[in-house]
Design a protein around this ligand. Structure first.
Ligand SMILES: *Cc1c(COP(=O)(O)O)cnc(C)c1O
Length: 442
């Protein structure tokens, strides 16, 4: 991908790219193409520290996951077989092996001047995983127009006219009438119920509080946390207020543990039968993502901290005025204002499944359901805050402008230390900040 991407750009005539952005380690062999280019134009056969610094100036790297299996590494043998002996030797002479293997993350880290995680907490976690590297953070966002349901697009067109061109206008949702938001949500909920009827043959009740949980069925996402105590859940539905639940998500074909989590959901659904309706949407895709994130009354997320790098589905929900109830991890640490944009499961410091489940039930039965059924206008105000505070911020426009200001401008040379692990960092790094930084404001 990295080598091919580089030559595609060349073939298309983009010979003079200022900044290459490697999104995740998969494209890190781009650096090999740049090393070859550097050698062809410069000193000749062996890679010098100065060559690495020159490449570093042209590269930006975003790391995406705190889960170790997400960081590819390949044995020397495999590298030789796939890339050939010459390229394998070049990587070795450039100091690009880590502990004897080609680790795509370390390769990208070594060759980038700006490095970031995808939420503030993920930046912190990544600094712990890769000590010594100057890792910043830019929080992910979702494409606002694509993830806003038709009823809310119409509403925003009426009240926040330039919002499609400039998502920051969503901030002024704070002045929209709550009734309009509730009316738009009624339409998105109806659209979801109709879609569920035709897909799954189940008719859910429009008046009943509806919880949504849909994403890849990976173990760290813990879809079954809500079902920790089936009797408690039944008690809540009987005594506090009725609820119904929509699930969605498929497992990676080779992720057997992920598949087991789906079986657990089906078992729980059977155990809840007659008290709480649970619908499972199979073959969950982006179209269903849009239907569910906009149609439910509450978006649930219960990952195992700190494994959720960012998460994005809660951002989609926020654009449609749907509050989140979520474990404090990834973007939600930034997006959660308790009782304003949604609610937290547990606290930032705890991650004990029993305590988290207890907190989840307590929020449902003493805070969220009483408000939904007893004070619908208060619930409507929460929906409005979701759009004004979170929809206005956690979108792609804001994200991209942060990449432009922080990663792509000439002003963002990271603070590289002189030594990383056992490696002396290439000479010249410390003197590398561009003049604009040196003369800039303090
Ligand atoms: C948004 C989306 C996701 C990501 O969900 P998270 O809760 O952020 O993991 C996954 N799958 C589909 C189809 C989506 O639309």
């Amino acid at each position: 991908m990295g080598i091919g991407g580089y030559s595609v750009l060349r073939q298309l005539g983009y010979g003079n790219v200022g900044t290459f952005h490697m999104d995740e380690g998969h494209s890190a062999l781009l650096t090999l193409a740049l090393i070859e280019e550097q050698l062809a134009t410069g000193s000749g056969t062996s890679v010098t520290d100065e060559d690495i610094v020159a490449i570093r100036k042209r590269c930006v790297f975003t790391t995406h996951t705190p889960v170790p299996a997400g960081h590819d590494q390949f044995s020397k043998n495999l590298v030789e077989r796939v890339l050939g002996g010459d390229r394998a030797r070049l990587l070795e002479s450039a100091g690009c092996y880590h502990d004897g293997s080609l680790n795509m993350t370390y390769l990208a880290l070594r060759c980038s001047h700006y490095i970031n995680g995808v939420a503030m907490r993920h930046g912190e976690v990544s600094r712990g995983m890769f000590p010594g590297y100057p890792i910043s953070a830019i929080t992910n966002g979702v494409h606002a127009v694509s993830w806003t349901a038709p009823a809310f697009r119409d509403l925003f067109d009426r009240h926040l006219e330039p919002w499609r061109r400039d998502n920051r206008y969503l901030r002024y949702a704070i002045g929209m009438p709550v009734d309009d938001i509730r009316r738009a949500h009624k339409a998105t909920k109806r659209a979801m119920l109709a879609a569920l009827k035709s897909r799954a043959g189940v008719q859910l009740d429009e008046k009943v509080f509806t919880v949504g949980f849909a994403r890849r069925a990976a173990v760290y996402k813990r879809p079954e946390l809500l079902f920790t105590d089936i009797e408690r859940l039944k008690w809540i539905a009987r005594h506090v207020g009725p609820l119904q639940i929509v699930y969605g998500g498929k497992a990676h074909p080779r992720d057997d543990e992920g598949k087991v989590t789906i079986q657990h959901i089906f078992a729980a659904a059977a155990a809840l039968k007659g008290v709480i309706s649970v619908v499972y949407v199979d073959n969950y895709d982006m179209q269903w993502g849009q239907i569910l994130t906009s149609g439910v009354d509450l978006w649930l997320n219960t990952p195992k901290p700190p494994e959720e790098a960012s998460g994005t589905s809660g951002m989609k929900a926020a654009l449609n005025g749907v509050p989140s109830l979520s474990v404090l991890d990834g973007w939600w640490i930034e997006g959660c204002i308790e009782g304003v944009t949604g609610w937290a499961v547990g606290t930032d410091a705890t991650s004990e499944p029993k305590a988290e489940a207890a907190s989840l039930y307590a929020k449902l039965d003493s805070v969220i359901l009483p408000m939904f059924y007893g004070r619908p206008n208060d619930y409507g105000r929460i929906m409005r805050f979701c759009i004004a505070l979170n929809g206005a911020f956690f979108n792609t426009q804001r994200m991209l402008s942060q990449y432009i200001s922080n990663a792509y401008s000439a002003d963002c040379w990271g603070h590289w230390p002189t030594r990383i692990g056992n490696t002396q960092v290439a000479a010249g790094d410390k003197s590398s900040p561009p003049a604009s930084r040196q003369s800039g404001m303090r």
